[in-house]
Design a protein around this ligand. Structure first.
Ligand SMILES: [Fe+2]
Ligand SMILES: [Fe+2]
Length: 152
């Protein structure tokens, strides 16, 4: 079996979520049902991704490095709060069938892009570096217990 890396798996998940978001944006003025489906996949997938990070991945990094408050995971958790707030802004408009959410989407996209980039370039490789094969394996096992977001 191929050795599973945190960096590879989580980067692929970012890309998958980006795809759902792009689908939502592309279809929101033409096909409400389709765009809503893409948005729901994006929203529940992003909530799950953040739960995986905050409940499983970041605690491992914090335990291995002793870096908690003021460290990189502290900053990432702050950004997650911002991302969730912006996601909720767009969600409210989707629920009202209001496609005029370009500005909120733009803000969300900008925060998310730079957030994902920092994780992919710095945090995930650092986790792969400090974690043993067994610890990495345990991360992927625990992830199976978190299947979807809190409000999906
Ligand atoms: Fe994150
Ligand atoms: Fe992430």
């Amino acid at each position: 079996m191929d050795e599973k890396k945190v960096t590879t798996f989580y980067t692929d998940d970012h890309d998958k979520l980006d795809g759902y978001f792009k689908c939502f944006q592309k279809t929101k003025r033409q096909d409400y049902a389709q765009s809503r489906e893409c948005f729901e996949k994006f929203k529940s997938g992003l909530h799950r991704h953040i739960a995986w990070e905050e409940e499983i991945l970041f605690p491992l990094f914090e335990e291995k490095t002793g870096m908690t408050d003021g460290g990189p995971t502290f900053v990432m958790r702050e950004e997650h709060r911002q991302i969730k707030a912006l996601l909720e802004e767009v969600h409210k408009k989707v629920q009202r069938r209001d496609p005029e959410s370009d500005q909120e989407e733009q803000q969300l996209w900008e925060v998310l892009k730079q957030h994902n980039h920092k994780e992919e370039a710095i945090l995930y490789p650092a986790i792969d570096h400090v974690a043993s094969d067994e610890e990495r394996e345990a991360v992927f096992e625990k992830m199976k217990t978190i299947q979807s977001g809190p409000d999906s």
